[in-house]
Structures are given as structure tokens and as C-alpha cells.
Design a protein around this ligand. Structure first.
Ligand SMILES: Nc1ncnc2c1ncn2[C@@H]1O[C@H](COP(=O)(O)OP(=O)(O)OP(=O)(O)O)[C@@H](O)[C@H]1O
Ligand SMILES: [Mg+2]
Length: 281
């Protein structure tokens, strides 16, 4: 089952958000999309899921043109490519278990959905998904009371309930601390490796893409400017993706890092100030 994008383009007015993107992704790959803010990463994912329509170009899965799908065909496609968002998109007042079962909505009749009746089998399946992500103890808690890392794991469990062929994650760890970021990325890698689900994820940070993705796609100005293995991502390629700063110097990889190391570095200003205050006394 091949997933193929050909010359996929999206304009907003006369702004080219995504510019003739062509990619072929075999089933089961884990792909990281990187690039600076405004490069077109989210727009690209949203077009795959049909949350946004391409201005032109073709998106095909197993030979079927995704842009042509309507009605049930479109709902099936949206079930096949589950979305994960930076802000989790759970229903905060509903309990975790119900949130996970909402992943079944596209599998069910409208009447049962309207009545919000879930079968015993759906409950068992949902609890198994929560167990797999190590958060079954939260099943009856309101989703909004969970930590960010737990909420993102609920979102992944909900995605698994769709039995997707592909998971599209838009900056899934951008709101998380390093420990939870690792737990969530490990969970995405696990579903990729164990179920052979294709994972396409936008990532802010180069080190995460390098550590987790077998293939990295670098975007700049709506275009793909790099497509290769992490080992092929040289300093030169990084410069092409992220550009150079106004002094013409290259981008330092630590600037795009979320590692514990760089978090500590980010904290130095305040500790430095405390040291200064202490020295004054
Ligand atoms: N609905 C919209 N209307 C107008 N312009 C849009 C719309 N959505 C995106 N754009 C523009 O398209 C370009 C690409 O946006 P997109 O959100 O895809 O970038 P991104 O790579 O995801 O950035 P970030 O890293 O900040 O999330 C930007 O210039 C953005 O302003
Ligand atoms: Mg984005």
C-alpha cells in the first residue's frame, strides 16, 4: 500500500503555503516533517486528512484519489488516517474512557452515536488501548484533569480505536515537558513498529526527528528541500531547511532542540541572576 503525493499545492490568496510537494511513502514508515514556522507543515498534514483541500495536485492511497472521496468514502479515509494535535483535542469534561471510545464514531451507525451508547466490546477495546499506553488508571477521570502528557496518550489511544493505517501528528510534543515528550514519542514509535502503522509527524525539533524517524522531510517556503535519512541530514541541509540568521551564520542544532540539556540551558538566565544577587550581598 503506497501513499503518494504528487505536486500537492495549496494557496491562500496569493500566498503559496504548500508548493508542489511530491512524496511517496511506503506503508509502515515513520516520517518526521521539519521546517521553520510557516513552512507549510500543518497545511500539508491537513490536506492529507482532508481538513483542508489542495488547490491542485494529487493525493493517492493504494491507488485511490483521496481528493475525490465524498460521504462514506471520505469518512472511511478520515478514520484510516487518525490525527493527533498539539493541543490534544479531547472533550475535557468527558471521562477518559468515553474520549477514547469516541475514536469509534466513524465505525458506528449515526443512531448509536447520537445515543452515545457503546458496546461492551468497544469498552474492552478502549480499556486495552489505555492499558497499552499505561494510563488505564485514569479511565474514569475527566480528561481535562489529566496532565498534558497523559492527555496526549489518551489522544493516541483514541486514534488506535480507529484502527488507522496512518497516524498524522501535528507537533504532538510541542506542549509537553521533555519526559512526557519522550513517553509520547515512544508510544508513536511503538504503534509504528508493532502495528506497521505509518506515522507522519510534524516536529519542531531536529533532535526528536533524528532520534525517532527513519525518514526526515525538510520543508522551507512550502517546498520540500530535504528528503532522506537522518544520517544524510548534514549541516548544509539543516541550513537549507532552517535558513541562516541575519548575520549569515548557520543555525545551531541546539536552537531547535528540546532535550533536557537545552531546557537546563534555557533556565540559566534566572539562575545567573540569582548568583548575581547573591554576590551583591
Ligand atoms: N487558513 C489560512 N488562511 C491563510 N493563510 C494560511 C492559512 N493556514 C495557513 N496559512 C499560511 O500558510 C503558511 C503555512 O502555514 P502552516 O500553518 O502550514 O505552517 P507550519 O509549517 O505548520 O508552521 P508552524 O511551525 O508555525 O506550525 C503560513 O504562511 C500561514 O500563514
Ligand atoms: Mg504548524
Amino acid at each position: 500500500m503506497m501513499f503518494e503525493l504528487k505536486d500537492v499545492t495549496r494557496r491562500f490568496g496569493n500566498k503559496l503555503a504548500v508548493d508542489a510537494v511530491t512524496l511517496t511513502i511506503p506503508q509502515g514508515q515513520m516520517v518526521g516533517i521539519i521546517g521553520r514556522s510557516g513552512a507549510g507543515k500543518s497545511t500539508l498534514l491537513r490536506m492529507i486528512n482532508r481538513l483542508q483541500e489542495p488547490s491542485s495536485g494529487s493525493i493517492r492511497f493504494a491507488g485511490v484519489e483521496v481528493s475525490g472521496l465524498r460521504g462514506q468514502g471520505l469518512r472511511n479515509w478520515q478514520r484510516d488516517c487518525a490525527m493527533i494535535f498539539q493541543q490534544f483535542n479531547l472533550v475535557p469534561r468527558l471521562d477518559v474512557l468515553t474520549n477514547v471510545m469516541l475514536g469509534r464514531l466513524n465505525h458506528r451507525s449515526t443512531l448509536l452515536s447520537l445515543l452515545n451508547v457503546f458496546t461492551r466490546e468497544e469498552r474492552v477495546h478502549a480499556i486495552a488501548a489505555l492499558e497499552r499506553l499505561g494510563i488505564e488508571q485514569t479511565a474514569l477521570q475527566a480528561a481535562g484533569t489529566l496532565s498534558g502528557g497523559q492527555q496526549q496518550r489518551v489522544a493516541i489511544a483514541r486514534a488506535l480505536m480507529q484502527n488507522p493505517k496512518m497516524v498524522l501528528a501535528d507537533e504532538p510534543i510541542a506542549s509537553l515537558d521533555p519526559l512526557n515528550a519522550k513517553i509520547v514519542m515512544d508510544a508513536l514509535r511503538d504503534i509504528n513498529e508493532r502495528e506497521g502503522i505509518t506515522v507522519i509527524t510534524n516536529l519542531h525539533t531536529l533532535d526528536t526527528a533524528r532520534n525517532y524517524c527513519e525518514r526526515i522531510v525538510g520543508m522551507a517556503g512550502g517546498r520540500v528541500v530535504f528528503d532522506g535519512k537522518p544520517s544524510e541530514l548534514t549541516g548544509e541541509a539543516v541550513k537549507e531547511i532552517y535558513g541562516t540568521d541575519k548575520d549569515g551564520a548557520g543555525i545551531d542544532e541546539t536552537m531547535t532542540s528540546t532535550s533536557l540539556e537545552s531546557t537546563r540551558r534555557a533556565e540559566t538566565p534566572s539562575s545567573g541572576m540569582m548568583a548575581k544577587t547573591a554576590a551583591m550581598h
